[in-house]
Design a protein around this ligand. Structure first.
Ligand code: ASP
Length: 342
């Protein structure tokens, strides 16, 4: 007998869960316990849906590790009972949140699909229904009784992406996300087509949940003419434990002596610095230009083709787990959850 998959919907907040009160014209939160009454199409899906909402719904601008842990706690408590998860969050920081969750869950063997929408679920022209319905369909999709997806994904506007490869690229278009360095895992059209060659295979290890996240990290974005005082202040923040350095192009940065010296002093204090590119796509390749050779020789770590969202999540995760400074380079330059192409 075929078992109908049980999917847990976790609603954290964001536009997707809003409906318009037509008397006042104001947006108010939608009660997801009544989801099937409000979206009867969900009855056509072959899955049982249970919902859990945050008691206090948050705009994703207020997302933080405290809430990542809350999401992970809910996943952990329900992991054995359900076959997949759909997580609704605001889109603004969805790539950060979903990237973080991907690192916090090791040996994942079930689908976790993040989605949201640009227009509230109660809006006439909403993108929420399609995003939500297809996210459920993906979470429930199985082959020979096992899920097709075994990782943390983000579904938006007809495409399923590996979450830790995504970035939000538009505040207005329905196509709000891109995965610039990695192909979509599935595309939804007349058929739901999975890109089998890129899917992570299931593993037979048990789920490991990591809830320690390092707080003392920073993203330092370079811009032409950045002042010594600015870089110095940031790199001397008390208790700083890690830096994501957003550089130009293939990982290039100014060659000023003061700049290189400040980075070197930081690395000498055993604070890892990761080089990620400000470009939407492509990879860091230190040593390719003279303007990155020095970074490489003082021990800056290559973020390769990681997104900034994923880089900050990975660094916080590695430091949280307690990985020593000496081992960060090796682990950072290796793909742990499919976040790097090579
Ligand atoms: N500001 C909202 C949020 O990120 C936007 C959205 O839901 O898409 O929570």
């Amino acid at each position: 007998m075929i078992k109908i998959p049980n999917i847990l919907l976790i609603y954290t907040g964001g536009t997707i869960g809003m409906v318009k009160d037509y008397k006042t014209n104001a947006l108010k939160a939608f009660d997801f316990d009544q989801i099937k009454e409000k979206i009867p199409e969900l009855n056509l899906l072959d899955c049982n849906i249970k919902t859990i909402s945050f008691s206090k719904l948050i705009d994703s601008s207020n997302m933080s590790p405290k809430y990542w842990i809350k999401i992970v706690d809910i996943i952990e408590e329900n992991y054995e009972e359900v076959d997949g998860f759909v997580i609704l969050s605001g889109t603004d920081t969805m790539s950060y949140t979903s990237s973080a969750i991907s690192f916090m869950l090791e040996n994942l063997n079930k689908p976790i699909i993040f989605t949201g929408s640009q227009l509230p679920i109660g809006d006439l022209r909403t993108d929420a229904k399609e995003n939500l319905i297809t996210a459920f369909e993906i979470a429930a999709r199985q082959e020979n009784g096992t899920p097709i997806i075994n990782e943390v994904c983000l579904y938006f506007e007809y495409k399923l992406y590996r979450a830790n490869r995504t970035t939000k690229i538009s505040s207005e278009q329905f196509e709000a996300f891109q995965s610039p360095n990695f192909p979509p895992l599935a595309e939804s059209g007349v058929h739901l087509n999975f890109n089998d060659a890129y899917l992570r295979k299931e593993n037979n290890k048990g789920l490991i949940v990591r809830k320690k996240i390092e707080d003392n990290v920073v993203i330092l974005k370079l811009f032409p003419g950045i002042k010594e005082q600015v870089v110095k202040s940031i790199l001397n923040i008390p208790n700083l434990n890690g830096v994501i350095l957003e550089t130009y192009g293939s990982g290039n940065a100014p060659t000023n002596i003061w700049f290189i010296d400040l980075l070197k002093e930081t690395i000498d204090k055993k604070i890892p610095i990761i080089n990620v590119t400000q470009c939407l796509s492509g990879s860091v390749n230190m040593g390719y230009y003279e303007t990155s050779s020095e970074l490489q020789s003082i021990g800056v770590i290559s973020g390769k083709d990681i997104t900034t969202e994923s880089a900050i999540a990975k660094l916080r995760y590695l430091l949280g787990v307690g990985i020593l400074f000496e081992d960060i380079k090796e682990l950072f330059e290796k793909s742990l959850r499919g976040e790097l192409s090579y």
